[in-house]
Design a protein around this ligand. Sequence first.
Ligand code: HEM
Length: 516
Amino acid sequence: METSGWISITWTLLLGVVTLAIIWFWKSSQTFKVLEKMGLKGPEPRFIIGNMGQMTKKGFHACFKEWEKEYGKVYGVYRAKQPSIVIHDPDMLREIMVKQFAAFPNRQSSKIADVKPWRSTLQFLMDDHWRHVRNTLSPGFSTGKLKHMLPVIQRCCRNLVKHVQQKAEKGEDVDTKVLSNAFSMDVTAGTGFGMEVCCLQNPEEPFGVVANQILYPPQWVFTLHFLFPFLSPVLHTLGISIAPKKPIQYMFDIISAAIKERRQDNKDYKDHLQTLVDAQRQKTDDTPVDPEIDHRDDLKTSSTWNRKGLTEDEIYANSLNFLLAGYENTASGIAFLLYNLAGSPHCLRKLQDEVDAALGKDEVDYRVVSDMPYLEMCLNETLRLYPPGLMLDRTCIADTEIKTLHVPKGMLITIPVYSVHTDPTNWPDPLKFDPERHTSEARATRHPFSFMPFGIGPRNCIGMRMSQLEVKMAVACIVQKFSPFLCEQSVFPAKVSTHVRLGPEEKMWIKFKPRA
Ligand code: HEM
């Protein structure tokens, strides 16, 4: 080909690339006008990253607080290129999470989670598929099923007391997060996988080590997926994945062996895995479940959905999901509650009086739920101040109106839970740990949507009762025999990080002394 021919091809290609770049640039800039066109105020977005720069630098919670002051209870932000309405107003949250749930059944769809096994978990499923799996799993969380799991939690509580006894005898400082992580891992292995492990005595327990590899992929991997979600499929293929292959296969092998055993011996196992196995066999289960987590009456699948039972994929994914969704949240509840009791001796004394009156010297059991209102108040106050999920979201699937606000299909709603939990209108002196805020009289004076550590409505936490039972049993069995107190290394109140999730910024050291 002649030189002039090459030149004209080069120019044509160059022109094509420039035109595509201009179109892409123009389309992207239009995305950042959506909220303004809706009449919503909000912080100025940056090209491509929207407001993610500010949110990751300052932390989500700090931004929500600042923006609420500047723009009020409803404003717009861009989570990268995704426009989102942030709503602090409890009346509007009630509309979204409960009254108009049909228009907001899903969380944000995310390319990051569109990878096996996470894509089949309750967290990330959508529409009818989610309704079907949620309805199928609900009976596994009935009061009856939880009571059957008591022996597993009691065994873990006995190990916990033994461990604390050793620490108290040696006068050692204990990081409450390490202690509660190990306990929660033991309970999760027992109730979710039918396994007996003791991470408390043996921190190198392979189950715990592998579970941690799944739960905490390296920070740089997470950041890469978070900032460039459109690259996620490629990154997964390259092995830079938030679902690391080897550890997940290790867990799948455990699940597979446990399922095989169950199919052979036909024994009546009482754990979550059995619920999943029964669901695959399509055993219908109409067990009534606490209405706060059972929404089967409201969650009928549409007439085009005609599947029953669970697939093998769904069993494996959701079995693993109980680890993902339950382990750290529950551990965080135990850790912060113990720490705050150590720092609030008057609350500790009141709780110990209640535990003594209900249990005496008996082993801890379901009475933590039925006979200990103050324990419930302490737990609620802990989850108000330290909700592990500091924000939630919902995607709108059909145009609708919330009060006077028009919400178009596809809009993402951001629910800034931690900001709502620390709004001084509902919570005077909001950063103070004060369980008395949760008496039934005090509750009656407050908006019900000012407190939502487990979410609210049909998409709330399915493991709520299970985790409450676990936290209460762990804390009750400890304070029955020991008094936690702050030590030289303690920094009280605990400093928390509120970037993407809420967690302690530093170690939370305490000591234990045996009670007389
Ligand atoms: C203190 C402990 C826990 C806290 C604070 C917590 C909190 C939450 C929150 C805030 C949500 C989102 C709710 C929403 O979007 O409205 C959620 C969802 C979920 N949680 Fe928990 N959780 C805890 C323990 C557990 C446990 C022990 C399990 C399982 C055994 C579990 C399983 C789940 C599942 C499967 C979902 C997704 C539900 C769905 O989409 O239908 N959680 N949790």
